[in-house]
Ligand binder design. Sequence first.
Ligand code: CTP
Length: 411
Amino acid sequence: MNIVLGITGGIAAYKAPDLVRRLRERGGDVQIVMTASAEEFVTSTALQAVSGRPIRSNLWDKEAEAAMSHIELARWADIVLIAPATAEIMARIVSGGAPDLLTTICLATEAPIALAPAMNRVMWSNPATQANRRVLESRGTHILGPAVGSQACGETGAGRMLDPDTIAAAVFDIGTIQGEGLLDNRKVVITAGPTREAIDPVRYITNRSSGKMGYAIARAAAAQGADVVLISGPVDLPDPPGVEVRNVTTAQEMHDATHDCVKEADIFVAAAAVADYRPKDLKEQKIKKNDESMTLDLVRCPDILASVAALDAGPFTVGFAAETEKVDEYARSKLENKALDMIIANRVGNDCGFDRDDNAVNVLWSEGEKRYPQAQKSKLARDLVELIAERYYAARGTDTQPRLSVISTTD
Ligand code: CTP
């Protein structure tokens, strides 16, 4: 994995040589990019020795730019990790400014970005820093930590950089390595996010869904060589690189966009949280609160997943089941009732499943099942795509690609 490691000016920069060692032990090729203030805390001589590559720090270094320009560096990266990440670098990335080499790479890269914040606890809890954290997360940036504990400034609280081994493990979990081409020449259609069903011009019915799982599956399928169409309800996530994204709002639009392309698909994954009902009539004017109570007349939305599963010679069809209780039982009945090839079930509610970067799921199909423990959605998505590919080739009875024999199984 090609890792651009950005080091910014915090006392935790003294842990950077250890972090480099941990990343390299796991097989990472590490290119360090330091900011000017990082050089106050750790020497480039030490970092060059542990990383085995010349340190980059200056956007205007003609010799270094000639060897590998900042744009080439941004393309080279499978991931950009900034550790320690100061409040300043978080604010810079949020603002889109690019005054130096590191911020320019952040702006120019299509690779995932991970930050390991490290700062005084009051700086971390400052509303400005927390607002920046939320914006970064909504754009898909991975925020690793910070940890809680005693700080260099003598205070105790949240703001310590995570320990280098935990950061290195998280970086490899985020996982950006291209797959083995398990889905080369296959077309995969995925729905993701919620739908919105308008009540009047200012109100709508929707479901809780961040879209993160569907987007992670889209990225993982594309990394395995698939031609991916992602049909997305309204979410606050960046388009996954190399994926065709079709934005929709309502269940009917999602249904129509799906049927527009699903006939040529080999695999369909319904990760969207589609509204089951929509208001019967859309009020053209805002409804006024005249009465103590009111009743909305609702009608069923089309069941996209069931309609795809019912197609003659349709794709291998994978559904999701989000349940608050009896997860396996309800999921298996959905598998059967909707005639699916596979269903991915997870428990939701009480802080599980929604709007988080991790999840745990059970996958069920007619003659088997597999459990995946709590993991980052990106890692889970990679494992799920491998399993989907395996089951797809088995169900189609087609010659499995030779590479399928090396699928790793995760329990
Ligand atoms: N789904 C769909 N179209 C709908 C509703 C759901 O494609 N109109 C898909 C979802 O993307 C998900 C699966 O169906 O893959 C969820 O099944 P569903 O039975 O709709 O789940 P719930 O709405 O949670 O059902 P229930 O309320 O009966 O538990």
